[in-house]
Every structure is written in structure tokens, then in C-alpha cells.
Design a protein around this ligand. Structure first.
Ligand SMILES: Nc1ncnc2c1ncn2[C@@H]1O[C@H](COP(=O)(O)OP(=O)(O)O)[C@@H](O)[C@H]1O
Ligand SMILES: [Mg+2]
Length: 268
């Protein structure tokens, strides 16, 4: 298999796994001695999660986890049944008492491949496929085509959430709510902590507004051109409007590079 440049999957073979009971300072950051921590560790062990791998952008002492948010700590782990997992568990300062509501929303989204596949869930944690690659905010597409692909997939995924009545709740600022698989450039919508059921979720208008706020995608969004379509979509979440929006965004995304290429060919 040809490994693409920046594709980080192979890096993991070189990382050390820590036995779960020795990783309390990572799993239960910032309070590994809390009673909640013992419950979480016990629950993880009972579901066959045996090891934690120090990896990711959030540093704790000399180690790392994938992330630390309002609701949970996210770390890379290993289970005999599922192999490599991302585990999001409550932390002692979490604004949540249970992960079950997020797990339900996640399950619905992962069935449509909008969220990474969900493997395990309990009151204390959810475990799903790790996405090894940048957050949308840090993503630097290598070509306009790659950028166009990622934007179009994101629009489709936001629309899929609309069709099942799940409002993500944080897509107007998608900087940390979307992860890009660095091997396939496929975007995944994560973090269903604020998600709710809704008759008109309008995730699609939210993600388009969100993309316009991200520097790398700004040149793909013509806010004036998409506005009338978006107000129509907010009333009726119709697939033909998604198709029209995608074609406008694809054309805009691909145009600058094509014009540039033509101009440089003519000057040769
Ligand atoms: N599947 C995953 N693969 C890799 N990193 C992840 C994954 N899920 C979450 N993360 C990292 O953990 C961070 C926090 O996760 P998030 O679900 O947003 O938690 P919170 O609900 O507490 O804000 C994310 O911004 C991301 O950097
Ligand atoms: Mg978050």
C-alpha cells in the first residue's frame, strides 16, 4: 500500500502502550485520585480496554492524550476486541454526569458514517474509531481538489444529520468539531455533547457559515451566491438544494487554480 505523505497511521507502531491501571493520570486528568476515576477504570477494564497509548496534542506531564474538553478526556486506547480506539470518558470536572445521551447521538451519526464508528458506550465513556489527522482549524489541503472534496463531503454529512433530525449544535464554529483523516482526507464530525433532536436541525447552513470562518476554506464560499439557497433550505431540508450548493462550492473552490494554470500556460 502506498502511504501518502503526512499519513500518520504507521507512526503508531512505534508507540508504547501503558497498562490501563498505570494510566490514571491521563485517563482521569486533572484528578486521578477521585472516586469517579476508580469507577471509570473499572468500567473500561470490564469492557476489555486494557492499555492506553500516550499520543496526541494535549500534554500531561511527559505524556499526551488526544484531547481534553468540557465534557471529557479523549485518549488513544487498545482493546482486544476492537484494537485501537479513541476513548472519550467523563473527567472529574466534566459538565456532564453521563455520556449516554452523547452516545445515542453518536450512534445515529456513525451509522451514516458522519461520525467515526462507535464501538462501545456506557455511562462513563464512549469508544470509537480514532481519526488520526488534523482538526479542521489546522487542516492545510495540499490541492484545491482535495479542499473541494473535503468541503463537499462535509456538506453531505451535515445534510445527512439534517435528514435524521439530529442538530449537532456546534457546527457554526467547526474548528475543533471536524477531524480530517490524514490518509483519506475524509472529514468526520465529532463531539455530540451539545447535540439534540430537532425537526429542522439546519446543520447544512451552519457548516457552510462555519467553513466561511476558516481561512483555508474561505475562497470556496461565495456567501452572497449561497444565501437565497440557504434560506430556502432552512424551510425545507431538500436534497436538490444540497446538490446545488455543492456544485456552487465545488466550482468556486476549483476555479482559482484552473484560471491560474491557464494564465501560466498562456504566458509560456
Ligand atoms: N476520534 C478521535 N480521534 C482523534 N482525536 C479525537 C477524536 N475525538 C476527539 N478527539 C480530540 O479530542 C478533543 C476533545 O474531544 P471532544 O469530543 O470535542 O470533547 P468535549 O465534548 O469535551 O469538548 C477534540 O477536539 C479532538 O482534538
Ligand atoms: Mg469539544
Amino acid at each position: 500500500m502506498v502511504q501518502r505523505e503526512h499519513c500518520v497511521e504507521t507512526v503508531l507502531d512505534r508507540l508504547d502502550a501503558m497498562v490501563l491501571s498505570n494510566a490514571r493520570s491521563l485517563v482521569c486528568y486533572p484528578n486521578p485520585s477521585s472516586p469517579l476515576c476508580s469507577k471509570i477504570i473499572k468500567e473500561l477494564e470490564s469492557r476489555g480496554i486494557s492499555h492506553v497509548i500516550s499520543y496526541g496534542g494535549f500534554k500531561i506531564g511527559g505524556h499526551s492524550i488526544l484531547g481534553h474538553g468540557w465534557a471529557g478526556n479523549v485518549f488513544l486506547a487498545v482493546s482486544e476486541k476492537h484494537g485501537l480506539l479513541a476513548v472519550k470518558s467523563l473527567h472529574p470536572k466534566s459538565r456532564r454526569r453521563s455520556m449516554l445521551k452523547e452516545a445515542l447521538m453518536w450512534l445515529a451519526a456513525s451509522r451514516l458514517h458522519v461520525a467515526p464508528q462507535l464501538f462501545e458506550a456506557s455511562r462513563y465513556f464512549i469508544a470509537y474509531k480514532p481519526i488520526l489527522g488534523p482538526r479542521l482549524a489546522d487542516y492545510r489541503p495540499r490541492t484545491q481538489q482535495e479542499k473541494a472534496y473535503t468541503a463537499a463531503r462535509l456538506l453531505t454529512k451535515a445534510h445527512l444529520l439534517d435528514t435524521i433530525g439530529v442538530r449537532h449544535g456546534e457546527l457554526s464554529r467547526p474548528h475543533a468539531q471536524v477531524l480530517i483523516d490524514s490518509c483519506s482526507s475524509e472529514p468526520y464530525i465529532i463531539d455530540y455533547d451539545s447535540a439534540t433532536l430537532h425537526t429542522k436541525p439546519s446543520n447544512l447552513p451552519k457548516i457552510i457559515g462555519g467553513l466561511a470562518r476558516i481561512k483555508a476554506f474561505r475562497d470556496c464560499i461565495d456567501t452572497i451566491q449561497v444565501r437565497p439557497l440557504l434560506s430556502h433550505y432552512k424551510k425545507r431540508h431538500e436534497t436538490n438544494i444540497l446538490i446545488e450548493l455543492k456544485s456552487i462550492i465545488l466550482r468556486k473552490c476549483l476555479r482559482p487554480r484552473q484560471l491560474f494554470n491557464q494564465a501560466s500556460k498562456q504566458s509560456q
